[in-house]
Design a protein around this ligand. Structure first.
Ligand code: ZN
Length: 276
């Protein structure tokens, strides 16, 4: 059984979830709502003093859970692969300045090469940035993405593949972000979640729901309870695997972004306590 969620101290909301709000609005509104954590998308930091932004978030009572996102390593163009590594180093710098302990990696894929080759380039990319991450004290969380994104967004599509990659590096700075949206369908899910925990690689837990029918492959994620994912079951396995960090609400939704965001945040709080 999943533990009963009785308060919002372990609720984290991604800034992309309330995309119409800028980072100041997120800080103020999440803080006022009593939400414990925030995961910051890099687009919200553009043009800002990142160190001061981190202070502003903490002054609103928010723990910074992660910076989203690095990755996108594969390309047929070697210059683009080098640029990706530079951009990942920049993301690590930004995480350090912000006071975020972790960068989430959406690993990328190149549709003009095989998935095997994309995966080799992902491994090379992580290898290239790992010393930099270790030096900065910033962890890297590999997020497996649903196979519908295997063309361009990620060649890492199952938790098993993410576990393989994390175990290959065998570093306390490389682990996995488990997002229910991407892995809920996997018949090996329970086993792979336990494996992830056994290797101390379970770094993050992202929640939302799979709406049926899904109208948009990217921007039609549901609020917990709106879809078909058994989030409580998955959270049970995640907790059994030793994870006691934040439940991060990460929702891309044209429908929810069009709503009044204050009302949406109230729905998130309710769904977190009752539907997840
Ligand atoms: Zn996620």
């Amino acid at each position: 059984m999943a533990t009963q969620l009785t308060d919002l101290s372990k609720l984290c909301v991604h800034t992309i979830t309330t995309k119409p709000w800028n980072i100041e609005q997120c800080a103020e509104e999440f803080g006022k709502a009593g939400i414990g954590g925030i995961s910051v998308w890099r687009n919200t930091l553009e043009g800002l003093d990142i160190g001061r932004t981190g202070e502003m978030l903490r002054a609103n009572g928010l723990e910074i859970v992660s910076l989203v996102r690095g990755g996108f390593f594969p390309s047929i163009d070697s210059i683009k692969r080098k640029e990706a590594i530079e951009d990942n180093r920049l993301a690590i710098d930004e995480a350090e300045a912000l006071g975020s302990p972790m960068v989430v990696l959406v690993c990328g894929a190149e549709p003009r090469i095989s998935l095997e080759k994309s995966r080799a380039q992902i491994r090379d990319g992580i290898e290239a940035i790992l010393p930099y991450a270790e030096n900065a004290g910033v962890k890297l969380a590999i997020e497996p993405l649903h196979p519908m994104y295997a063309d361009t967004r990620s060649g890492i599509n199952t938790l098993g593949q993410a576990n393989d990659m994390a175990e290959y590096f065998n570093s306390e700075y490389v682990g996995v972000a488990v997002d229910v949206y991407h892995i809920w369908w996997d018949p090996n899910l329970e086993m792979e979640i336990h494996r992830c925990g056994n290797h101390s690689n379970l770094f993050a837990f992202h929640i939302c729901d799979w709406v049926s029918p899904t109208l948009d492959m990217l921007n039609d994620r549901g609020l917990m309870g709106e879809g078909c994912i058994d989030i409580k079951q998955i959270r049970t396995w995640v907790e059994e695997a030793g994870f006691d960090g934040f439940n991060e609400v990460e929702i891309f939704s044209n429908k929810h972004w069009a709503e009044n965001q204050h009302e949406f945040l109230e729905k998130i709080k309710y769904a977190y306590l009752n539907q997840s």
